[in-house]
Design a protein around this ligand. Structure first.
Ligand SMILES: *Cc1c(COP(=O)(O)O)cnc(C)c1O
Length: 379
């Protein structure tokens, strides 16, 4: 699904030299590379504060702790996402409220959000799924109307931008009150282990969060709040610092691969290619509206599981993200959920299939993959 060795070749000299330097200096935690990377990412995103932490799941949890959400507060998020999003809501004893998504973009449906709001609702967590922003115009309007926090889960969207109805543009992760991201190796900006970060423009929130990631400490050995231990180490920061200047090129490579996949499937009715929800109505050369963390198709009138088996028999990697709606996962069942409220997610879990997507895909590989799929459909 990804080719991290191939990508490493392009940054090997920088990464190897930085890691050697860190080994010599022994500044493994909170060393200069962590600070350099933090500042570089703040500049790239145009956000005031980036607070690095240990992984994307922690980042989301810490964002919620920073907002001081309390047990019983309801937090609305998408039924169709990676489980980490709902997991941290549950861990903090907040009440997750899962809602349906849109059939085209796979992102949280603002109409479903509005329907799920109660007097206990405190926050909305849009996930910019597969590399494309959720409908932030609508989500911000709902949040403002009901006085809710917006916490963006930007684990799959780093480098993407959202174009507002008035034509202005903002990078995902800088739109809500606070955002989280993941630097897991296969993410668009990935390190060589675990890593994550929280973003915010709010100075007070950033200050609270900097204490929370470090055992609730604001002054050495003075613990003012219950915190966690969640740090990005120097070696991971060095890898990220080497990759960040290439992030736009990496995302362009992903978009180019997506364009080639789209072109190959253009006349195949049984395949619905990803929809980009933007003013340019496509994937243009300069477009940062979709960074294709995943290239996810929907099949129409084809047995998806047989297609998966066919690809596996040809040793073509593929993935089903996600095979089970979160509201049906044992950990998150709740009597408030009614099946009629999840028609889209319930359908998507049967239709989606994600193809290999990374920065090193060649035309030959794309040909091989698309030919195998089209042959299967036509047989
Ligand atoms: C990867 C991911 C996370 C979690 O990130 P980790 O670094 O693996 O903890 C959270 N949310 C979404 C949507 C993700 O894709």
């Amino acid at each position: 699904m990804v080719d991290l060795q191939g990508q490493y070749k392009g940054i090997k000299e920088t990464v190897d030299a930085s890691i050697a330097e860190i080994l010599e200096s022994a500044a493994f935690i909170n060393g200069p590379y962590v600070h350099k990377f933090q500042a570089a990412l703040e500049a790239y995103l145009g956000v005031k504060h980036v607070i690095p932490c240990a992984n994307g799941t922690d980042a989301l949890q810490i964002a919620m702790m920073g907002l001081d959400l309390q047990p019983g507060d309801e937090v609305i998020t998408a039924d169709f996402t990676f489980a980490a999003t709902v997991e941290v809501i549950g861990l903090l004893r907040l009440t997750p409220v899962l809602v349906d998504v849109e059939p085209d973009t796979f992102n949280i449906d603002p109409v479903a959000i509005e329907k799920a709001i109660t007097p206990k609702t405190k926050a909305i967590v849009p996930v910019h799924l597969f590399g494309q922003a959720a409908n932030m115009d609508a989500i911000l309007a709902i949040a403002e109307k009901h006085n809710l926090y917006v916490i963006e889960d930007n684990a799959q969207g780093i480098g993407a931008a959202y174009t507002f109805k008035d034509g202005t543009k903002k990078k995902t992760g800088t739109i809500g009150h606070v955002a989280s991201t993941s630097f897991f190796p296969s993410k668009n900006l990935g390190c060589y282990g675990d890593g994550g970060a929280i973003f915010t423009d709010n100075d007070d929130l950033a200050h609270r969060i900097r204490g929370i990631v470090n055992h609730g400490m604001y002054k050495r050995y003075h613990h003012d709040v219950v915190g966690v231990n969640s740090r990005l180490d120097s070696i991971q920061a060095a890898v990220l610092l080497a990759k960040l200047p290439k992030l736009n090129d990496y995302n362009t490579a992903r978009r180019n691969a997506a364009k080639k996949y789209n072109a190959a499937f253009e006349n195949i009715d049984a395949i619905i290619t990803p929809v980009t929800n933007t003013s340019c109505k496509g994937i243009c050369d300069t477009c940062d509206c979709h960074v294709f963390h995943q290239y996810t198709l929907k099949v129409n009138g084809v047995d998806r599981d047989e297609l998966v088996a066919h690809l596996q028999s040809k040793e073509i990697p593929c993935g089903v993200y996600y095979p089970i709606p979160l509201h049906l996962q044992k950990a998150y069942v709740d009597e408030r959920y009614k099946e009629v409220d999840f028609p889209v997610t319930n359908q998507l879990v049967k239709e989606v299939i994600s193809l290999p997507m990374h920065t090193e895909l060649t035309d030959d590989q794309i040909d091989f993959i698309t030919t195998a799929i089209i042959d299967f459909i036509k047989k």
